[in-house]
Design a protein around this ligand. Structure first.
Ligand code: UDP
Ligand code: MN
Length: 604
C-alpha cells in the first residue's frame, strides 16, 4: 500500500491523480478494442489470406488442379443453412444502396473489417455476399470477355431468331436479381430481345412483392409471373416457357450477369433447331462479385453417383476448339441454369420432366434426352455469362435435400440410363428404395414416341472417354492381402495426388472399386486413372498417356516398360492390419507386395 501511494504521489496529487488514472484506463480500453477488432478481422478473412481469393471462392472443396494447371471443378453443394437467428426485418428488407464506382468493370468490392463481420452474419441468406451486391449498381459495367476470334464474327441481326429470356427465382436478393435483368437489357440488341419473363417461384421475401413489381413496371419488355405454390425450378421454367413469344428460349439463373455480345452466338446456333446451346459460364465471386474468366475449355459430365462435374474435354475436342475457337463444341451434359434452345425444339422433345421438384438432376435428364433423341448439347465460348456459383444452397428443401435430389435422380436414371440405372441403384441403395415410387409412365412413353437411342449409344458416341463400367470392361476390387485395395483415398482431392491403398470396405463401397479397360487403364470414379509418376503412382485425369497403361500378367500389373505395381513402405513389424500404403512401379520380383488379387464385382 505504501509503495502504491508513494508511486502515485511521485507522479501527481488530488484531481490530477484522477485524470491520469482515467487516461490510463482509457488507453487500456482503446488498446483492448483494437486487439479484438484485429482478431475478428483475421478470423473473417483468414481463409482469404491463405489462398488467392480466386481459388478459395469459386470452387467446391472437392475441386482440384490437374497436371496442366487447370482447375477441374467438381462437386456441388448439398443442403444449406436456414438463415440462423436473423430477424424478420433483416430477412425481408432490401438494402440496395449503390456506392459510386463499386464493382465497376467487374472488379471485386472489398469491405471494411466491420462490414465483413456483418456480411458474415448475413451470408446464409443467399450464400453469397449480399452487402457487396447491395453496393454495386444494378447496371454496372463489365469488360468484353470474348476472345479475339469471337469479336471478329459478324452476325446478320435481321436474320437471327428472337429471344425470350426466362429467369426463375426463389428468395433471390433484390440487387442480384435486378442486376441480372439489367445486364440482359443493357447488353442485348433490341431487335433480338423479344421479352424477359421473370418467374417468382413462390418467394416469401417481402421485397420481392410490390417493390419488385414497381421496379419491373418501369422496364420495357419485362414481365413477372408468380407461381402460387413452390414447384422448384422445373415448374417455374415451364410456366415461363408457356408464355414465351420469342423464337428461342434463353434460360438464366437469377444471379447472373451477361457480357457484351452474349446473345448473338446463342441465337445463331439455337436457330438450327437441333441443339441446346450453352454460354461459356464465367465466375462471379460469391464474396466480392468480381467477374473472372473460368477455364478456357471445359465440358460437363457426371460421376458414378450422378453428380454433375466440369471436366476437361477429350483431346480431339480441344484440338478442334484450338483450330476454330469461335465454333461451338459438344458437351456430354449441361450445367443446367444457362442455355438457349429453339422453342419448337424444346416442346418437341417434351419440355421438362414436370415430376422433378425443387432443384437437381433436371440438367442431366435434359442432356440425355437431347442427345439420345436426336439433338445435341453444345457450349459456345463466344457467349460469356457470369454466374455466382454457391457452395451451399440457401433455400429450404421440403423433406430434406436428399429426398428431393434422390427422387429427381431416380426419375432421370430410370427413364434414360438403361443398364447403368441398375449400376446407379446398386451402389446407391437410398435412391433404389424410392425408384418404384416414381410415376414415370409418360416419360417412358415420350422416349419411345421420339424413338430415342440407348444410353449405351450415348456413352459410346457422345462421351467415349467416360469412366463407367461397360460389358467389355472389367469391374471390381484389386486387392493386396485382405484389406488393402487400390483406390482413391476418401476425402482427398484425388487428382494429382499420390496413389495409396485404401480399405477394401463393404460390398457397396465405391472408393475401392475400379474399372479396368481392355486397353489397360485403371479407372476410378471422377475420371481418375492410375498413372506411374516420378517414383510414385498418382491419380491423374484419364488420358491417352502410355503411363496409364497397366497390363495384367497373372497376379501382377505391369507397366509398358516392364515394371510391376508394388506396395511400398510396408512396416513388417506392425502386427495389426493397416491400409494407406503408397504405390509405385518397380522391378518385378517374387515379393508378395506385387501380388494382386482381382475380385470381380457385378456392376448391376
Ligand atoms: N430456383 C427456383 N425454385 C427453387 C429452387 C431454385 O426458382 O425451388 C431457382 C433459383 O432461384 C435459381 C435457379 O432456380 O435462379 C437455379 O438454382 P440455383 O442457382 O440454386 O442452382 P445452381 O446454380 O446452384 O445449380
Ligand atoms: Mn445458380
Amino acid at each position: 500500500m505504501l509503495v502504491r501511494k508513494d508511486f502515485w504521489s511521485l507522479i501527481c496529487r488530488g484531481r490530477k491523480k484522477r485524470i491520469v488514472t482515467l487516461v490510463i484506463v482509457f488507453l487500456f480500453l482503446l488498446n483492448a478494442m483494437f486487439y479484438v477488432s484485429i482478431e475478428l478481422y483475421n478470423s473473417v478473412s483468414k481463409r482469404k489470406n491463405k489462398e488467392p481469393w480466386y481459388d478459395s471462392l469459386h470452387f467446391d472443396k472437392n475441386s482440384y488442379v490437374d497436371e496442366s494447371g487447370m482447375r477441374v471443378i467438381v462437386g456441388h453443394y448439398v443442403g444449406g443453412s436456414k438463415g440462423g437467428n436473423l430477424s424478420d426485418e433483416v430477412i425481408n428488407s432490401n438494402n440496395y444502396a449503390p456506392v459510386p464506382g463499386a464493382g465497376e468493370g467487374g472488379r471485386p468490392v472489398q469491405l471494411s473489417p466491420r462490414e465483413l463481420i456483418t456480411a458474415h452474419e448475413l451470408y446464409s441468406l443467399h450464400s453469397y455476399n449480399i452487402l457487396v451486391s447491395d453496393k454495386i449498381a444494378i447496371n454496372r459495367s463489365l469488360p468484353d470477355m470474348r476472345g479475339e476470334s469471337c469479336k471478329n464474327v459478324v452476325f446478320d441481326l435481321e436474320k437471327l431468331p428472337t429471344a425470350t429470356v426466362i429467369i426463375v427465382f426463389h428468395n433471390e436478393a433484390w440487387s442480384t436479381l435486378m442486376r441480372t435483368v439489367m445486364s440482359v437489357i443493357n447488353r442485348s440488341d433490341e431487335r433480338l430481345l423479344d421479352q424477359i419473363i421473370l418467374v417468382d417461384d413462390a418467394s416469401e421475401r417481402r421485397y420481392l412483392k410490390e417493390e419488385l413489381d414497381e421496379a419491373i413496371a418501369k422496364l420495357d419488355r419485362v414481365q413477372i409471373l408468380r407461381n402460387p405454390t413452390r414447384t422448384g425450378l422445373v415448374g417455374a421454367r415451364l410456366m415461363g416457357a408457356k408464355r414465351a413469344t420469342g423464337d428461342v428460349l434463353v434460360f438464366l439463373d437469377a444471379h447472373c450477369e451477361v457480357t457484351i455480345g452474349w446473345l448473338e452466338p446463342l441465337l445463331d446456333r439455337a436457330g438450327s433447331e437441333d441443339v441446346f446451346i450453352c454460354p461459356h459460364i464465367d465466375l462471379l465471386s460469391e464474396d466480392t462479385l468480381a467477374y473472372t474468366k473460368s477455364i478456357d475449355a471445359h465440358w460437363g459430365a457426371f460421376s458414378w453417383r450422378l453428380h454433375f462435374r466440369w471436366l476437361i474435354p477429350s483431346s480431339s475436342v480441344i484440338k478442334k476448339k484450338l483450330e476454330n475457337p469461335a465454333k461451338p463444341y459438344p458437351t456430354p451434359a449441361m450445367a443446367g441454369g444457362l442455355f438457349a434452345v429453339k422453342k419448337s425444339l424444346f416442346w418437341k422433345l417434351g419440355g421438362y420432366d414436370k415430376g422433378m421438384i425443387i432443384w437437381g438432376a433436371e440438367n442431366l435428364e435434359l442432356s440425355w434426352r437431347a442427345w439420345q433423341c436426336g439433338a445435341r448439347v453444345e457450349i459456345t465460348s463466344c457467349s460469356r455469362v457470369g454466374h455466382i456459383f454457391r457452395r451451399h444452397s440457401p433455400y429450404k428443401y421440403p423433406g430434406g435435400v436428399a429426398k428431393v435430389l434422390n427422387s429427381n435422380l431416380a426419375r432421370a436414371a430410370s427413364v434414360w440410363m438403361d443398364q447403368w440405372a441398375d449400376f446407379f441403384y446398386k451402389f446407391n441403395p437410398s435412391v433404389a428404395e424410392i425408384r418404384d415410387k416414381q410415376e414415370i409412365g409418360d416419360r417412358v412413353d415420350l422416349r419411345s414416341q421420339l424413338n430415342c437411342k440407348s444410353f449405351n449409344w450415348y456413352l459410346k458416341n457422345v462421351w467415349p472417354q467416360h469412366f463407367f463400367p461397360t460389358a467389355d470392361r472389367w469391374f471390381g476390387r484389386i486387392k493386396n492381402g485382405k484389406t488393402n485395395c487400390i483406390g482413391v483415398t476418401p476425402g482427398t482431392p484425388g487428382l494429382g495426388g499420390p496413389a495409396a491403398t485404401v480399405s477394401c470396405g463393404g460390398d457397396l463401397d465405391l472408393d475401392s472399386l475400379l474399372v479396368f479397360t481392355p486397353e489397360g487403364q485403371l479407372m476410378a470414379d471422377e475420371g481418375l486413372c492410375l498413372e506411374q509418376g516420378n517414383g510414385r503412382a498418382v491419380w491423374k485425369s484419364c488420358s491417352d498417356s502410355s503411363k496409364q497403361i497397366w497390363i495384367q500378367k497373372g497376379p501382377r500389373l505391369r507397366t509398358s516398360d516392364g515394371l510391376c505395381l508394388t506396395l511400398i513402405d510396408v512396416d513388417e513389424s506392425k502386427s495389426e492390419v493397416t491400409v494407406g500404403y503408397p504405390l509405385t512401379a518397380m522391378k518385378c520380383t517374387l515379393d508378395t507386395k506385387q501380388i494382386w488379387h482381382f475380385e470381380r464385382v457385378p456392376w448391376r
